[in-house]
Design a protein around this ligand. Structure first.
Ligand code: SF4
Length: 437
C-alpha cells in the first residue's frame, strides 16, 4: 500500500486548499461530520513574544476552516490545552484565542472554541497497563484535523502530528507521558496516542520551521512549506525528513511505523508536489552540551566551574522545562568568574547524584521524592509541581549561586526580551498570527 502526502509551498491564500486538494486529503470527510481541529499553541504569554515556528499560524488555520465550510461542514470545534506555570490559569488561553483571531472565526463561521481544560476528559487505555485522560470533545468528534507546526523538539527530535495530540490530555496524563520507565517512555506513549483518536487529516504548518524547538527561544526560519496527509505518521515522516532527520532514527516514529507494520524510511509514501530534497534543510533540535552531558556547551565556553547541570532527559515535563530555561539563564548571568562550590542541579524523575558534589539541588517534587531518603548528599530541595520559582532562587542562593531574583519574579515578561532578535526582519511577520475581523 502507498500513502499519499502532499508537500507544497505556501504562496499566499489558497495554498492550503491547493495542497489538500492535490491528494484529495478530505475525501473521507462528510458535511455532517463533527470536526475537531487541533492547532499547536505549545506556549502563550500575554506579552509580545516570538511565535514563528512555535505556534500554528492563524492564516493556515483560517484557510482550513474556510475549506471545511466550502465542504459544507457546519459543526467545527477548535480546541487546545495550553500549559502555563500558574495552576487554574484561564486568562492566558482566553488571551491566546482572542489574539490569534479564533473568536473572529467563531463569530464569522459559528466555530466553537474550547480550552480543553474547561471541558471534560475521558479515561482511555493506552495499553494494557496505562490509562490516560483525553479530551472528550476530540475523542467524540467524527473527524480530526491536526495542524501542528513543522518544528524540532529538544526531547523528541521533532514535534509534528503525533506529538501535537499530547495537547489533548489532562495535566496528570501529560506528566505520565514523561514516564521514567525506559520501556514505556515518552516515545512509546506518543507512538500510541494517535491511534486512540478519530481519523482525519494532518496538515503540517511549515510557514515557519523551528530549530531547537519547541519554544520561543529556538531559531525559526521562514520556510513556506505545507505538508498534508490522511495518514498522520506519513505526514510526520515527511516532516522529519524535511527538517533533516531520518524518520527511523526518531524512536516514536519507528515505534509507530512498527505498529502499522511499516518501515519508517518513506519507502511506502507517494509524495505529490515537490521532492523533499527541494526544501529539506537540517534543523538542530537541541542546544549542545559538553561530551559528558553535565553542562550546556555555552556555560562551559564561558568557563563556568564548580557546577554540574546534567542535560534534561525525557522524564522532565513541561512545567519543569519552563523553569529550567530560566534557571540556566539566571545562572549564566550570575557567573562572576569565581568557581562555585561544587554544586549539581538534578531535574526530571530519575536523575541520580554524582556522589562527588557538596550541594545537590533537587529541582521539582519528583526529584525531591526520589532522593528524600538519600543521606549521602547535601540535598537542597525545591518542592512543588510546578516547582516554585522563588524557592528555586532560595535554593540557588543556599548553594552559593547568587542569581538575580528579579528574573524569577518577572518570568511572565521574559519571553518579550526575545523579540529583539526579530527587529527589522520583515520575513518574521506577526500578521500570520491574526485574523482580520
Ligand atoms: S516535578 Fe517536574 S518532572 Fe515532576 S511531574 Fe512535576 S513537572 Fe514533571
Amino acid at each position: 500500500m502507498k500513502y499519499d502526502v502532499a508537500l507544497t509551498l505556501y504562496e499566499g491564500k489558497g495554498s492550503v486548499a491547493k495542497n489538500i486538494e492535490s491528494i484529495n486529503a478530505l475525501k473521507n470527510l462528510k458535511p455532517s461530520d463533527k470536526v475537531f481541529i487541533k492547532p499547536n499553541i505549545v506556549f502563550w504569554a500575554t506579552v509580545p513574544f516570538p511565535k514563528w515556528g512555535v505556534i500554528t499560524t492563524s492564516s493556515v488555520l483560517c484557510e482550513v476552516v474556510e475549506l471545511l465550510k466550502d465542504y459544507g461542514v457546519s459543526n467545527i470545534t477548535i480546541g487546545e490545552g495550553i500549559v502555563t506555570l500558574k495552576p487554574n490559569d484561564k486568562e492566558t488561553a482566553a488571551h491566546a484565542f482572542e489574539y490569534l483571531g479564533y473568536n473572529t472565526l467563531a463569530k464569522r463561521y459559528g466555530t466553537k472554541i474550547i480550552n480543553v481544560f474547561d471541558s471534560s476528559f475521558e479515561k482511555v487505555k493506552l495499553d494494557d497497563d496505562i490509562e490516560i485522560n483525553v479530551s472528550s470533545d476530540a475523542l467524540h468528534s467524527d473527524y480530526l484535523i491536526n495542524i501542528p507546526v513543522l518544528k524540532t523538539h529538544a526531547q523528541t527530535v521533532v514535534s509534528l502530528g503525533l506529538k501535537n495530540l499530547k495537547g489533548l490530555l489532562n495535566i496528570p496524563s501529560r506528566k505520565k507521558f514523561h514516564n521514567p520507565d525506559e520501556t514505556k517512555n515518552l516515545h512509546y506513549m506518543i507512538s500510541r496516542l494517535y491511534k486512540l483518536l478519530p481519523k482525519g487529516t494532518t496538515i503540517i504548518d511549515g510557514m515557519y520551521t523551528l530549530e531547537r524547538g519547541p519554544g520561543f527561544d529556538g531559531k525559526p526560519h521562514r520556510s513556506n512549506i505545507i505538508i498534508s496527509s490522511e495518514n498522520t505518521l506519513s505526514a510526520d515522516m515527511v516532516g522529519a525528513k524535511v527538517l533533516g532527520h531520518q524518520p527511523d532514527s526518531i524512536p516514536y516514529l519507528a515505534y509507530a511505523a512498527a505498529e502499522e507494520h511499516r518501515d519508517a524510511d518513506l519507502s511506502d509514501i507517494n509524495i505529490t508536489g515537490m521532492p523533499i530534497t527541494d526544501v529539506a534543510h537540517y534543523h538542530e533540535y537541541t542546544f549542545p552540551y559538553t561530551d559528558d552531558g553535565t553542562l550546556p556547551e555555552k556555560l562551559h565556553a564561558m568557563g563556568i566551574q564548580g557546577l554540574s547541570y546534567p542535560k534534561y532527559d525525557l522524564t522532565m515535563c513541561t512545567y519543569c522545562a519552563a523553569l529550567n530555561g530560566a534557571v540556566l539563564t539566571a545562572i549564566t548571568l550570575a557567573w562572576q568568574g569565581k568557581p562555585w562550590d561544587e554544586v549539581e542541579v538534578l531535574t526530571g524523575k530519575k536523575m541520580q547524584p554524582s556522589g562527588n558534589k557538596k550541594h545537590t539541588i533537587l529541582l521539582g517534587q519528583c526529584m525531591v521524592n526520589l532522593h528524600k531518603h538519600n543521606t549521602t548528599i547535601n540535598a537542597i530541595p525545591v518542592k512543588g509541581c510546578p516547582p516554585d520559582p522563588m524557592e528555586t532562587v532560595t535554593a540557588l542562593h543556599k548553594a552559593g549561586i547568587e542569581v538575580n531574583p528579579l528574573i524569577f519574579e518577572h518570568l511572565d515578561s521574559a519571553p518579550s526580551y526575545f523579540m529583539e532578535r526579530y527587529k527589522n526582519k520583515p520575513e518574521f511577520d506577526e500578521d500570520f498570527f491574526t485574523i482580520k475581523g
